[in-house]
Design a protein around this ligand. Sequence first.
Ligand SMILES: [Zn+2]
Length: 1068
Amino acid sequence: MSQQGYVAAPPYSQAQPGMGGYQGGFGPGTTQPLYGHYGGPPQAFNAPPTGMMKSTAAGLPPPPVSSHYSQNVHNGDHPQRYAAPPAASAAYGQPPQSSYNSMIPQAPPTAQQVTNQMSAMNLGNYAPRPMHPPTSTVPQQHFQAPPPPAMGQPQMPPSPQSPQMPPQMSPPQSPPASMPMAGPPMPGSPIAGQPMAGPPMAGPPMAGQQMAGPPMAGQQMAGPPMAGMGRPFPGPPPPGAGGFQQPAPGAAGPTGYPQQPGQFGGQHMAGPQPGMPGAFPSGPGAMAGPPQKKLDPDSIPSITQVIEDDKVKQGGQVFTTNIRGQVPPLVTTDFTVQDQGNASPRFIRCTTYSLPCTADLAKQCQVPLAAIIKPFANLPKNETSLYVVNHGETGPIRCNRCKAYMCPFMQFIDGGRRYQCGFCNCVNEVPVFYFQHLDHMGRRVDFYERPELSLGSYECLATLDYCKNNKAPNPPAYIFMIDVSYNNIKSGLVKLICDELKTLLEKLPREEGAESSAIKVGFVTYNKVLHFYNVKSALAQPQMMVVSDTAEMFVPLLDGFLVNYQDSKAVIYNLLDQIPDMFADTNESETVFAPVIQAGVEALKAAECSGKLFIFQSSMPTAEAPGKLKNRDDKKLINTDKEKTLFQPQKGVYEQLVKDCVASGCCVDLFLFPSQYVDLATMANVPCHTGGSVYKYNNFQVETDGEHFLRDLRKDIQKNIGFDAIMRVRTSTGFRATEFFGGIYMNNTTDIEMAAVDCDKAVTVEFKHDDALSEETGAMMQCALLYTTISGQRRLRIHNLSLNCSSQLLDLYKSCETDSLINFFAKSAYRAILNQPIKNVREILINQTAHMLACYRKNCASPSAASQLILPDAMKVFPVYMNSLMKTAPLVGNTELSTDDRAHQRLSVTAMGVEDTQLLLYPRLIPLHNMDVGSEALPAPVRCSEERLTDAGMFLLENGHSLFLWLGQACSPDLIQSIFNLPSLAHLQGNMAALPELDNPLSKKVQSIISGLLEKRPNSMKLQIVRQRDKPEILFRQFLVEDKGLYAGASYMDFLCYVHREIRQLLT
Ligand SMILES: [Zn+2]
């Protein structure tokens, strides 16, 4: 997998050869300097092209109005007649269709879409209002009044650099909220804050407020966001680094943004000291002023509100995928998907659903163009699982030239005898057996009978050509490899695992309708040596074979090692009963690790199957063997240029193991039970490149952590999963996939190899232009995943998605999805820290945030005062996520944080989908003390800030990995009694692993909320109970992501101010 400089935006300057994006020659720019994508030639903000964008909502044809094929309007009602039709003569051709798009009805976007996406968030209190006439009845006059002359603020001219909004552009129906974020002190002046969503959004009183100035170290900022860094955010990179630098007085402007003092510079910055126009950004001296009063936190954009609004608007509704470039509901909203030609957002989400037409535009806005693909995503019960198509011996039908598979983007022409590929435009002959006539709309008459013609996602049986060695695969195998060294025996872990397996193996995944699972199972125990077990059904007793030569690992038995569980149940039971006793007296504390993986790979190879290893290990492998590790944890490296080495895996043996595993379809799941540093960065390297998971239970104790671990194990074993997978993302001409993030391995620049891929694993793919995109045809992508099913069938899973293209950046910003953006940023930043100092990565994150928002402001928002913070509606909470991301352990250099924990989080995020990163970066904080116990609904979460906690309150906080029950000091005894069956909070013991099940409505409701959450999330979470102001509360507080970070990092408010300052600098 390529590891290169942080590339959150493309190095567009590079020539990008290659036909249609499928040839070689566009490998990652490994020679790029750091900051590569900011190091290009200076880019000024260009005025956007004038004129109105075209109607963009074209998409798939709507269902036919007549005919008996129209069943598809009912979810799940597709006819399932997929038998290949008889070969037909091609003599009955209808008039050829000239191009795919000629038949696509152009439907204008709905007014609702436009207005929703148009509404922008303005923060500011005195600036002129947008130029376009507001339709709202909200009075505007206060905003249009010039600031009081007494303030020493020159009157704000309409932004000369900002273009006028095209007059055709309809104004938002609901006015943008305007919040007094950046205004100068205006004692006594009337404020007309426009309510955005209820009273909290109204502007707070401004008297005496001095928030306009950017936060500076030790002043407006509650403290320096980075401990020990003396500045709120890292300073400019060293001269010559080619970076996107913060302008400094007297210095040359940042690359690409030559400073233009005298236009906006400073005058409208409304610094804390009236009468100091131009003071900003001349350094801390200028910022000295009276202490800031706190702004009303309700006045800044809220994630919980955005989530709630989307639920109200789209919750419970059906999302049909028949419109190109349609932005789906948020991941936090429950909705039903009906596939009508584009893949469900459960499978693919994008950072924006309207790509900029040109590379220049993309470069200008720096909004990453990426898709987050979760090819195996679980579907809710009320959605139809994917249809499986069989094209017989010829195999899947695909374009001769680009190899894209048959899909709704293929245009049948010439009376149905030929089809034009939507990806490369090649005209292909329709195979004789596949011929079908076209109807009067130019659509095949079997359109609704063939999933590949009408659906965004489907599966197709693969022929032997798609199988290793042209041989049909065997069903996969699961191998359980248990570390039986002293610690694991003593802690009771080995017994716990063995006991659990007896019931868990009954629940191995199986094909729908199958009586039992086809997955084979095998067992290994190990410490310094490996023990293989023969559990052949014919045996009365299992047999053990020991391999002590770990340098040349081999599997001592073939027959009887991997067996069908149902057949060998008795022997396996016997074995699982015996294992804990066999090693009960062990003194062996050393373990091997790489040879264990090697053994698994060899076993799968010998059995000619793919599969998964479940490795349960508690220590760093220190025994003399390949892959032996030593403690290389060094806190002195933190905040130095060498900090990245803490995240880099040890090379050599483990690199080779990744290759071996991927080549044999061997996925590795690692369950770690460490009591100290284990070099997780290296140990997790194989799991993280083979589609596996790494679970970590620090200082494991059966009593308090046992259930938590078993929940993970159960979920993991039962997951919907595919093996020996290879994925390819094809795109229509003009753009292509260039960067890939996930639990994947890449041997070349296009094939995404995954030893396995389960329902929770996502691959994030970044796209770049190599030509102009057309507004008319849009942009299409097809993700094709070739894999082996749990029963050993080779299949293709195809997901198709069409996006809009526009020469107006406004369209891009309107169609952005913040949750997807932050997924991309998290993954790219976490990869970047492998190669760059964390400080640089953080800087790039801030700069790119400011740049994206400044570009919107410059090119898309109506002219207004520089002091207003104007955020695109679809990205208005982006700064919250970004700030939270920068406070995550991998991006915070602090010696208090465990190196292994940081490495663990870095690697886990790499394979996360959008839901998971959203929740991780903005935990749910749910008040439980005042909920309606009779209601089925989950209480509405509140913002993740200490200010939302109440002394008499009880709150649940979860982020998909941690789960806290927080109890205020003044919790009523009744509440404590109901939940804990204790007379008061003081009686509560520290490490309670679960709440007692009590027979009262509150207890039952809390239990059901917790179990509901545990059920829903991919991972188990250990419930931690914390009392207000107890020492462990500090663990809880780090998840209050709107507050100042525990170890480092600004509060949301301070961050927003800081970003605002950066934006203003960019705009000058
Ligand atoms: Zn093609």
